[in-house]
Design a protein around this ligand. Sequence first.
Ligand code: IMP
Ligand code: MG
Length: 180
Amino acid sequence: MHQDIKTVLLTEEQIQSKVKELAAQLCRDYADKDPVLIGVLKGVVVFFGDMMKHMEIPCQIDFMGISSYGSGTTAGKLQLRYDVTADLTGRHVIVLEDIFDTGSSLQFTYEHLLKKNPASLKICTLLDKPERRREGVTVKADYTGYVIPNDFVVGYGLDYDEHYRNLPYIGILKPEVYAK
Ligand code: IMP
Ligand code: MG
């Protein structure tokens, strides 16, 4: 795996310190709100678990699944794979995402969750690639870890063709890996 990485963009240490910072902001902003953290599977799992460990306030978790990318890096059609099970009516909801890329996934997620009448709905993303934003995307991230350049990254939950999710850091793949 490691030999397929061209550059390490964010080290494990950098990611961990950013996660603590983001969780501390959420703890401050949601201290008395008993928020529901919602993870959008699968890319978010590592970030989600790390964030949870630093949430020192009462909170609940839930997950939803949507498919955005098929195999490889080409965008596929968006569809809901699994819905949240918690009743979000009147709840303070925070969507956790691994990466805000074209924004299609977050737009879809946001609109879907808004229909469940939450008291508030905010977005927290570890990574943001603003250069890639698709026209017509109106959602914004309320909490952002790192703004990154327009490179395809893997690791810390992010995949290429369902692999590399288990790398503890975030790296840029060597171009020849896509060519395979
Ligand atoms: P969006 O709908 O284009 O914003 O894409 C969001 C989803 O696409 C993420 O949750 C990832 O699963 C995937 N994605 C976008 N950019 C990357 C990347 O650089 N590496 C790996 N997955 C990515
Ligand atoms: Mg993916």
